[in-house]
Design a protein around this ligand. Structure first.
Ligand SMILES: *Cc1c(COP(=O)(O)O)cnc(C)c1O
Length: 399
């Protein structure tokens, strides 16, 4: 009853830009959430990987409350005593020189695009307003007008034009197409190391290494959008590390950087690249605020201290093997890396959503992505016995 009333209230007053599963959550702790009726579920979506550290991680909550008791927002018109330490940690962990803090993922992608263009004009010497950025088909980089310009998803663009010029689309995974698309005016290649929203699509082995090589040869910035794949999700700190010599010029980080409590994102890069910014070029009122900075630093500490990257790698392999062992006539393919796993349902078995609804009835929350794929991405704090719990439920709904 309560559930229906709350859904009715929400649907009455909310723009209908989402189609959530019919469940109303009221509490979360670790890998578990509870609905308003008191029913317990395992969270295998983790807010699209923004909850890698789990719900309300005690250390992150302590930092949030402590920092809230001191100062929360200063604006960048003044320095604060938290931002520097976060950016230093981010640079040390990623092997980069400098960072530019923002709030949401889309803002960080916008920041990366602006950075690449400015670098193109000021450093590479591209003629004014001629910069081109290459993106991949089926990408997901966010929802602003400029970013949906890059999308190949009809619905993401429909009704939102006119769009931003200066983008070219190539096939994901095809390095020779990338090479052919480059012109003297190309400033950057923007790519997700694994395409998450597209259905956990992995490029062929060696693609990122080749893309890196091609970018270096042509003086094009190689930008990795690791908003979803980063911070341990795929069993490495960053997904580009699965390949040799694939370090990007610019990393875009978000989601789990905020520890599941506060939106924090950043662009991390070299002095040469982020050095193009002068005071007044770019900014954000909330970007780099002390509350978000303190939370994000603790969110990073938790990933390192609790060995969440290693846990993701080990338990991800285990889960992948267990899922592949399930006999089912509905499964097309099980793929993924670390705890970033897609179970693709055969077209002949219908769409993935009814499978997700059955999982929900079994106490497991997962969301379909791109019609055919069940995405399993639990918090990286998950334990082996919880993985067995997932496998039991997957067995039941796939039988
Ligand atoms: C979620 C996501 C974004 C956008 O982040 P928001 O915080 O929703 O704006 C961008 N790129 C990738 C790869 C994402 O998964």
């Amino acid at each position: 009853m309560k559930t229906q009333e709350l859904i009715h209230e929400t649907e009455t007053y909310s723009a209908a830009n989402y189609h959530p599963l019919p469940i109303v959550l009221a509490k979360g702790e670790g890998i578990w959430v509870w609905d308003v009726e008191g029913k317990k579920y395992m969270d295998c979506l983790s807010a699209y990987s923004a909850l890698n550290q789990g719900h309300r991680h005690p250390k992150i909550m302590k930092t949030l409350i402590d920092q809230a008791g001191r100062v929360t927002l200063t604006s960048r018109a003044f320095h604060n005593d938290q931002m520097g330490a976060l950016l230093k940690k981010l640079c040390l962990m990623s092997g980069m020189d400098m960072a530019l803090p923002m709030n949401t993922g889309a803002e960080a992608v916008e920041t990366a695009i602006k950075t690449a263009r400015k670098w193109g004009y000021k450093v590479k010497g591209v003629p004014n307003d001629k910069a081109e950025i290459i993106v991949c088909a089926n990408n997901f980089h966010g929802r602003t007008v400029t970013i949906v310009t890059c999308s190949t998803e009809h619905q993401y663009r429909d009704g939102f034009g006119p769009f931003t010029p200066g983008f070219k689309v190539v096939e994901f995974g095809d390095a020779s197409e990338l090479e052919k698309a480059i012109t003297p005016n190309t400033v950057a290649f923007l790519v997700e190391p694994i395409q998450g929203e597209a259905g956990i699509l992995m490029p062929p082995e060696g693609y990122l290494t080749k893309a890196r090589e091609i970018c270096t040869k042509n003086r094009v910035l190689f930008i990795a959008d690791e908003i979803q794949t980063g911070l341990g999700r795929t069993g490495k700190l960053f997904a580009y590390e699965h390949e040799k010599n694939a370090k990007p010029d610019m990393l875009i980080i978000g989601k789990a950087l905020g520890g599941g409590v506060y939106p924090v994102s950043a662009v991390v890069s070299s002095k040469e690249v982020l050095g193009v910014f002068k005071p007044g070029d770019h900014g954000s009122t909330f970007g780099g605020n002390p509350l978000g900075s303190a939370v994000a630093r603790t969110a990073l500490e938790v990933i390192v201290d609790e060995k969440l990257v290693e846990n993701s790698r080990e338990l991800g392999n285990y889960l992948l093997n267990q899922l592949r062992g399930i006999p089912s006539k509905h499964v097309q393919e099980v793929r993924g890396r670390g705890l970033f796993i897609g179970v693709e349902i055969k077209q002949s078995s219908g769409k993935a959503r009814p499978f997700c609804e059955r999982l929900m009835a079994e106490g497991l929350l997962a969301k379909e992505t791109h019609d055919q794929v069940i995405r399993l991405a639990p918090p990286l704090t998950i334990k082996r016995e919880d993985i067995d719990w997932i496998v039991e439920r997957m067995k039941k709904i796939l039988a």
